[in-house]
Design a protein around this ligand. Sequence first.
Ligand code: IMP
Length: 479
Amino acid sequence: MIGNPARVPCQIDDRCLVFSVCATGLSVAKPLISLECMVSGTCVIGLQWGDEAKGKLVDLLAPQFDLVVRYQGGANAGHTVVAGDETYKLHHIPSGILHPEVQNFITPGVVINPTTMLDEIDGLAKRGIHCEQNMRISERAHLVMPWHIAEDKMINSTAVRGESIGTTNRGIGPCYRDKVGRTHAIRMADLVQSSRDDRIGTVAEQKLQILTKMGAPQEDLESLEPQKVINLATNWADRLEGMIGDTTETILTACEDEKRILFEGAQGALLDIDHGTFPFVTSSNSSGVGVCAGAGVPPRWINQVLGVCKAYSTRVGGGPFPTELEDATGERIRTLGNEFGTTTGRPRRCGWFDAVAVRYTARLSGVTRLALMMMDVLAHFEELKVCVAYELDGERLETFPAHAEQLRRCKPIYETIQGWNQPVDDARGVEDFPEKALAYVKRIEELVGIPVGVLSVGPDRAQTIFTDASDALDLKPLS
Ligand code: IMP
């Protein structure tokens, strides 16, 4: 029995103390973490339905950090990073990979399709970027297995309450479902255990039976043949073993050592499994609340959250989208913004900026500064609209409704704002923006209630402007 040990408050050189309790019940004060340490965690979170250009920001900011950490999602994510003449499309791999001095981590909350990841690793190697040098993968991360993709394809084609979720067919939902269900889950660590073939063979047999009963196509069933999956997994293990490790331990130590850490979100907060437009969401916590659980980092290490949103809205897949423009204006935004999915190539649905939705996700994610992206795309309109509230069943609503059916009935209440109608691609400072563009930014700040720290006017690193408000983020752009 440990009993009820007295805690001995004491202070040594301004360091905070944690109390470890020894078997005798005696409390032993042990200095561990400096109170004066610079809290070092910065998160980059998408505030809409994904594709907000988070990858560009993470790549730009990465050199100022020691670690870049991916903590949720999987190959459903598509991060495009433009570096000089080169364009990189990343799915699993953290956007910090382009900087050899930065350590990149894929942590327990991510679901990994090793075949896709190895393709990505090989593609980067051909361009001189060698992931094995500066990337580590958590042994706790779950694997997207071939049966998950077969299940996703089958279930995705079934409408949910009249509308399909429109998943990316990357096996994400079925993999997270097995993670929570536990019985059929396979983790990275399983790849390097002596029990690997047994475990994978047993699950493969069970999945084959289930999918046969579900009526999966013959070609999918053939790929689930247990020995084939075991061979696949053996190859994954051979190739990835050197990169698999305990990222949680390394990241916690990095926090305690006052390293600077950038947490890279995937998807957007409106796709969060608990807080998004359920059921038209992804299967992980893609808002700011997901960082701690996914990365294995307690909240005390996070002090800044950069909320990323486009100057308008887009969405891929099904689900309600109050400000969607199914007309020539929507088409114009799609063409000007090249709004086609990085992962699936699907045309994105486009609409005006929804301040009700972004205010909700910014509060939910603890956003300290906004990054307003794709300002260049809005440079060609006489007039712009911003949704300031919804009308739901005849009532004005300023909060974001929980049910997809309510959101579907919401009609946007718009405020019309004059467009600036001139290119801003060459803007390199706030002073280069037309007044009307700055008025648009100011109105968004007011409506969302958070200052804009970053403005983006194009895909290049140089097309990123840090406003005075970015000082609070303790971030500086590359020189
Ligand atoms: P899943 O994540 O493949 O299960 O797809 C669920 C929903 O999230 C679908 O509407 C997808 O289009 C959407 N989604 C998933 N990943 C992304 C992303 O990276 N960007 C935008 N939408 C995404």
